[in-house]
Design a protein around this ligand. Sequence first.
Ligand code: SAM
Length: 338
Amino acid sequence: MGTTSSPHSLDLDLSTLRSKTSTGATSSCYGYSNAQGHIAGLMLGDSIKMLSELPSDVFNVAVTSPPYYWVRDYGYAGQIGHEDTVDGYVNALMSVFDEVKRTLHPEGVFFLNIGDTYYSGNGQPHGRDPKCASRNFLRTKVRPVDMSGWDIPKKSLIGVPWKVAFAMQQRGWTLRSSVIWNRVNAFVEPTARDRPYRQYEFVFMFSKSRFYSFDRSKLVEEDVWNIPIERSRRNHNASFPAELVRRCIEVGSPPSGHVLDPFVGSGTTILTALQNHRNAVGIDMSDEYIKQVTQLMSAEGFELVQWHNVESHLRKPSKSWQNWKGNRLNFRKPGTKR
Ligand SMILES: C[S@@+](CC[C@H](N)C(=O)[O-])C[C@H]1O[C@@H](n2cnc3c(N)ncnc32)[C@H](O)[C@@H]1O
């Protein structure tokens, strides 16, 4: 693999590393390889646009946690999660996930971690979270979920994850599981005096087709996953735990398979994929987060490579694909020998 001519340093100037993708558009795309020959791609920009630069039918598994509806402020225009209506939010996610579907291998699976929001309707800014900067806007801003006039009672849980799941079905995804991620060390919610604290989130498992590949032997638990939150890791307070990502990657891809995260944030998916001998591509619109991940890659000794190396690597299936236990052609029908 050829390296870029730009030296990689910890005070990396992202603009110096722009490279051309195969469609000719100039984007901020950074390719890396490690000593084991695995590759990682980092794309800075809007998910829909960046996904449109990627080849079709290549990723074995996608794992992501999108911005939730009006829970945080990532501080830039174009972020998902600040739509005026829940329908607007669901549609924004569907546009991204249509592209995820195109890039996913025909036998690929998609794990979507998504949380809910309450409709307060009381006309006041809501909530206090002095420990979390990205939630500070809740104290001053009247969000759409704080405004009156919705067609559900005030104080209702909206059911955002299921609205997203049903919309995914309408777009042709097969919903195969609604895994409950039991966040065993979840915080208490000081404002929730008249209901149980929220301790779990969903991890929906979708497949692109009814017939897909999946390594059941790698499942750690069935559809309730007991995994602690990893707090304040890598300066991103909405990161999901590496163990959650590891489980999705292990069941959904062969060794040296290809992993995608369209909202990569602090890089949990990329780093977990590489640690578990997979290739990965991650996208985020925050230059701060992308910069942090590039610095981490550099610190861990990854070598910069040209973007076309990432693309050509993705177009080749893993050498383990044919013999992988999860390949559906290797599934044993009950009562038969392979
Ligand atoms: C919940 S966080 C993901 C955290 C990630 N799973 C981790 O472990 O760090 C959602 C991410 O989506 C990014 N984001 C929001 N809108 C986006 C958009 N339109 N395109 C790309 N990324 C976006 C935010 O910058 C944020 O990092």
